[in-house]
Design a binder for this molecule. Structure first.
Ligand code: HMG
Length: 390
């Protein structure tokens, strides 16, 4: 029995900053961002947007299509948690009016959490083939103003339905994984911005890739030439390209620039204009690949490298299913991205400095244009959400 991804839906904020605007404010050459790290825009969440509204908005098309009716497991991956105790997925479960006969939990391991969620969901479906699991990755990537990481900020969420006989991607059973206790990127509970040892983090990312690949290759017997496409975790698009080059060099696989472009480019298109969305990043890459590839990918094998700082890496693979194009949300994604609003530098700073009140008072937040759900206020330390759809 094949198990894997049956539907995938992506959502990002309505607002973005063009990195040319940021470059001007930081007095650096815009090509450092556009070419050096391969990023053009960063998604900025509105004050009435958070990981819950991003997630519920990503999963909303699945709800409209009746795809959530058989879901009995909801795994919510995030490293931008809004509560130390209650799982953000429970708010989403409520907003999407899902059946109470459902397990819901939050998962955390930096950008790796959703991949663990998918592996757990596969185990759940293997045991209950008629049931489905919903894995949601939702994050806001936030660094200090003026720091090297600032240009890699972004936000977004991906809702991933896992089932037997999946219509999009059958996930292969082999996997390679790697854990090491390192401090390359972290965010203590008392901070809202991540701390990062940037250059070191890029080295650890590649080291964990090589170690994960070794185990995957041993278990599967496949080589790097057995893949038609690759999806990497994308903190910035240049990172994925560099990592693939390094992996090929290490395992002595010749890779011309043109081939490299063919293997990776489609998976990088969305991230280049939305920025890092941590746990969802690699799955934004998969969405971008499936939505935008001109070639029919049916039957093609895709290699995935998921990386979460701290760190855990995992290499796995899957095969795109015939007829996959009929169940994509490509048109909605294109419309959402085309209709976003650009922020000025001052608007970006104003939103950046906006902080959710913590004094337990009563607050109603002004409404920005953010999508089907919004974070409408706080009352007695309880977050309140509002559905803007019938
Ligand atoms: P930096 O140190 O300011 O940048 O930030 P730089 O000076 O190294 O320049 C970047 C590149 O632009 C260089 O190319 C420059 O040569 C080039 P490279 O040498 O790397 O090939 N450049 C130019 N190119 C064209 N025209 C120009 C120009 N000027 C310079 N005029 C850094 C880079 C990655 C450190 C920073 O963005 C950062 O700290 N980012 C955050 C950390 C990060 O994304 N790490 C990635 C691996 S860890 C990870 O992926 C996990 C993560 O998602 C978190 C999680 O798991 O939760 C982050």
């Amino acid at each position: 029995m094949n198990i894997g991804i049956d539907r995938i839906s992506f959502y990002t904020s309505h607002y973005y900053v063009d990195l040319k605007t940021l470059a001007e404010a930081r007095q650096v050459d815009a090509d450092k961002y556009y070419l050096g790290i391969g990023q053009e825009k960063m998604g900025i969440p509105a004050p009435d947007e958070d990981v819950v509204t991003l997630a519920a908005s990503a999963a909303y098309p699945l709800m409209q299509d009746g795809e959530l009716d058989d879901v009995e497991l909801l795994l919510f991956a995030t490293e931008s948690g809004i509560d130390q105790s209650k799982a953000a997925g429970i708010y989403v479960h409520g907003l999407l009016e899902m059946s109470p006969r459902c397990r819901t939990v939050e998962l955390k391991q930096a950008c790796y959490g959703a991949t663990m969620g998918i592996q757990m969901a596969i185990g759940f479906v293997a045991r209950n083939p008629k049931k489905k699991a919903l894995v949601i990755a939702s994050d806001v990537a936030r660094y200090e103003l003026g720091s090297p990481g600032e240009a890699t900020q972004g936000c977004g969420s991906v809702a991933i339905l896992i089932s037997a006989d999946p219509r999009l991607l059958a996930i292969d059973p082999e996997s390679g994984y790697y854990t090491e206790d390192v401090m390359d990127f972290w965010r203590p509970n008392y901070r809202s911005e991540a701390l990062v040892d940037g250059k070191y983090s890029t080295m650890v990312y590649i080291h964990a890739l090589i170690e994960s690949w070794k185990q995957y290759a041993e278990e599967s017997g496949r080589s790097l030439t057995d893949f038609d496409r690759f999806c990497y975790h994308i903190p910035f698009t240049k990172m994925a390209e560099k990592a693939h080059k390094k992996l090929c060099r290490k395992f002595k696989v010749q890779m011309e620039a043109e081939q490299m472009q063919q293997l990776l480019e489609e998976s990088l298109r969305y991230s280049r204009i939305t920025g890092n969305c941590y746990s969802g990043s690699m799955y934004v890459g998969l969405t971008s690949l499936l939505d935008t590839a001109a070639e029919d990918l049916s039957g093609k094998r895709v290699g995935f490298y998921s990386y979460g700082s701290g760190c855990v890496g995992e290499f796995f693979s899957g095969v795109v299913q015939p007829g996959y194009r009929e169940v994509l949300y490509a048109d909605q994604h294109a419309k959402m991205l085309a209709e976003r609003t650009e922020l000025t530098y001052q608007q970006y700073e104003d939103i950046y400095h906006y902080g959710v009140p913590t004094d337990g008072g009563e607050y109603v937040f002004p409404q920005y244009k953010t999508g089907p759900f919004r974070f409408s206020g706080i009352s007695q330390h309880k977050r309140e959400y509002e559905s803007l759809v019938d």
